[in-house]
Unconditional design. Structure first.
Length: 635
């Protein structure tokens, strides 16, 4: 059947009809689109399920007809303006795969229309009514999925203003959540308060400042939080808020639905009345989440013979008296200061190039430099390059003025770090395989091929838990006779900064030509967009190191640190050692960002955490050799 679009008629007509049999109006819009049935009605008009006759497959689409309920000339003009703005917003935002694409915007028969992509699937409200309350896992997945969409929306300086379960559709084809109905959306700029008849969002989900005509990005986060509370309880948000006490009482309506303390605190902060006390960006909320990791792949491989001895082992044993390389003669007596000083000169050097960029990511300076190192021979033709990091003092954390800075990056404090060796790159799949197969088990089994990405042994190993990274270090220590371990969080940041104080060791911004992250959808400051590779990159892909000679410190894979998670630096040690005091023993620190994260998460000061037994295809690690603790601060 074909539906007449005349608001005073709406008669149903036989298929293939060109004109309405009741009022005589044309049934085809622009000789292309015809309506099948009404999907809904609102303050702006009606929404129809429609068909696109121009395309061979005749795909379904959605027609929105402007038919405002507002009264008065000023109100009608404002409503017309907002309808036009919705079309403009969809044209700008519809490039995102989880926002409907605008197909057409035009006037016909003195009425405004816009045509957009049909998102086939149930709304979250329909899912709630059919399947009951959402579990914690479902809420976490919802947040993880939608917050990336909101980041894109907010980055384009748009506030949605009407986030609610009815405006979130779970697409049937891929089960992704799609954010719809941008009729209330607005650009971020000073405007007058909304006039009567202008949609500013649904009252149950509307942030207080938005209800007063002053929406902010945090207003969308508030509405998303209220949406989660409704989905957890299946109770109207009006009933989840105690007006007399001015506080949310949603926990009283869980009826046995289990919500962890961590998620509860996150939701509480999302729905705080005062905007300044909420999360200020979708990125900040994402940081607070701990999404469920994928399961690792496994492959059984027979253990090959033990590795050959490295020619530098005798040299390095001087720096850690009492340790001998595996298979070597017993360690000699500790060297005298004079002989030790001479042996330090044996360390070879390698050359590398550093770069400095300006606020727009343009290279303004290149320099050649050198660093001392040793190559650990793991066997099977695989080596592990360890770079000498001089000791020194630095300011850890970020200043409050740093763009996208989070409170967990403070307070800034001075830390003195002793010298150590640090991996030039994150541990590669080839290095992991050799140690996993040749090294004797210490506490747990290691899978030789745990990674999601394959094709090159030079790719960083990923999908390894913190416990498995610790096992790797223990096996490597037994193989070599030296102390290998994960870095402390202070050591990691000190090594990453390499005497810089800017957000990145490259300078005030970062570009996809310098590191592997999502550089297509997101930028940092005035930096440029570029390639989003959607996978890890092999070692050596990026040519510019930091001032200590380390590569891939920003992006590619998150890197485990030894420290348990602390929510800020209050009480942190100032000597560069592992901060072992924490009430979050099961969560460990991650640093550096990854291939699928945003540029601001790749900053030198940015901190994240993950459950110690979790695995993810964006999480790897690099190792410290503690033998260098006796090296001088100046190499």
């Amino acid at each position: 059947m074909r539906k007449c679009l005349n608001p005073d008629c709406l008669a149903a007509n036989p298929d293939k009809s060109l004109f309405c049999h009741q009022c005589g109006d044309k049934l085809l819009l622009r000789e292309r689109y015809w309506a099948k049935r009404i999907l809904g009605e609102g303050g702006f008009g009606r929404t129809f399920l429609a068909v696109d006759e121009d395309k061979p497959s005749k795909p379904p689409c959605v027609i929105k007809q402007f038919l405002p309920q507002a009264q008065g000339t000023a109100n009608l003009a404002k409503a017309a303006e907002l309808f036009a703005q919705e079309a403009q917003r969809l044209e700008e935002l519809g490039k995102h795969p989880q926002i409907p694409e605008l197909l057409a915007n035009f006037t016909a028969d003195n009425r405004q229309y816009l045509v957009q992509e049909l998102i086939d699937g149930p709304t979250l409200q329909q899912g709630l009514e059919q399947n009951g309350v959402f579990s914690e896992r479902a809420i976490r997945e919802l947040l993880q999925d939608l917050l990336t969409v909101l980041q894109f929306v907010h980055q384009n300086q748009v506030i949605h203003r009407d986030i609610k379960p009815e405006n979130i559709i779970r697409r049937a084809s891929d089960h992704k959540l799609v954010l719809v109905d941008f009729g209330a959306a607005k650009c971020v700029k000073p405007v007058q308060r909304s006039v009567t008849g202008t949609a500013i969002g649904s009252a149950e989900y509307c942030a207080p400042e938005q209800a007063h005509g002053k929406p902010k990005f945090a207003s969308d986060l508030y509405s998303l939080g209220v949406t989660c509370l409704h989905l957890l309880t299946q109770v109207s948000p009006f009933d989840l808020f105690d007006v007399m006490e001015a506080e949310w009482v949603w926990r009283d309506f869980l009826n046995g639905n289990s919500v962890s303390k961590e998620l509860g605190q996150l939701l509480d902060r999302l729905v705080v009345t005062r905007p300044k006390q909420r999360y200020q960006s979708a990125a900040a909320v994402l940081t607070a989440l701990n999404p469920p990791p994928p399961q690792p792949q496994s492959t059984a491989t027979a253990p090959p013979p033990p590795p050959k001895q490295s020619p530098l082992r005798a040299v390095l044993s001087v720096f850690q008296p009492g340790l001998s390389p595996q298979g070597a003669a017993p360690a000699p007596q500790p060297a005298t200061p004079k002989s030790a000083a001479k042996s330090k000169l044996v360390l070879p050097t390698f050359g590398f190039r550093t770069v400095r960029v300006d606020e727009r990511g343009r290279i303004v300076e290149e320099r050649d430099s050198t660093a001392e190192y040793f190559d650990e021979d793991l066997g099977d033709g695989v080596t592990l390059r360890m770079v000498a990091i001089p000791g020194g003092k630095f300011r850890m954390g970020s200043p409050k003025s740093e763009l996208e800075r989070l409170d967990m990056e403070g307070p800034q404090h001075d830390v003195t770090v002793s010298p150590f060796f640090f991996g030039e790159f994150p541990v590669t799949q080839a290095q992991w395989r050799v140690v996993a197969t040749r090294g004797a088990k210490v506490e747990r089994d290691l899978k030789p091929k745990p990674s999601n990405f394959s094709g090159s042994g030079q790719l960083p190993v990923e999908r390894v838990s913190w416990d498995e990274a610790m096992e790797f270090c223990a096996r490597l220590s037994k193989l070599t006779g030296r102390d290998y371990r994960l870095p402390s969080e202070a050591e990691w940041e000190y090594a990453c900064r390499a005497k810089t104080t800017t957000p990145f060791h490259f300078g005030p911004t970062i570009t996809p030509d310098l590191a592997n992250y999502d550089g297509n959808n997101y930028t940092y400051g005035s930096g440029p967009k570029g390639t989003y590779r959607k996978k890890t990159t092999p070692r050596g892909t990026f040519k510019f190191a930091n001032g200590f000679g380390l590569l891939d410190m920003h992006g590619n894979v998150w890197e485990w640190c030894a420290d348990p998670w602390n929510h800020n630096y209050q009480g942190a040690p100032n000597d560069g050692t592992i901060w072992s005091s924490s009430d979050e023993e099961n969560r460990r620190v991650l640093r550096g960002g990854s291939w699928f994260y945003f540029p601001w998460s790749c900053r030198s000061a940015f901190r994240s955490r993950f459950a110690r037994d979790s695995r993810d295809n964006g999480v790897g690690f690099r190792v410290v050799c503690g033998a260098a603790r006796t090296l001088p601060s100046s190499l």
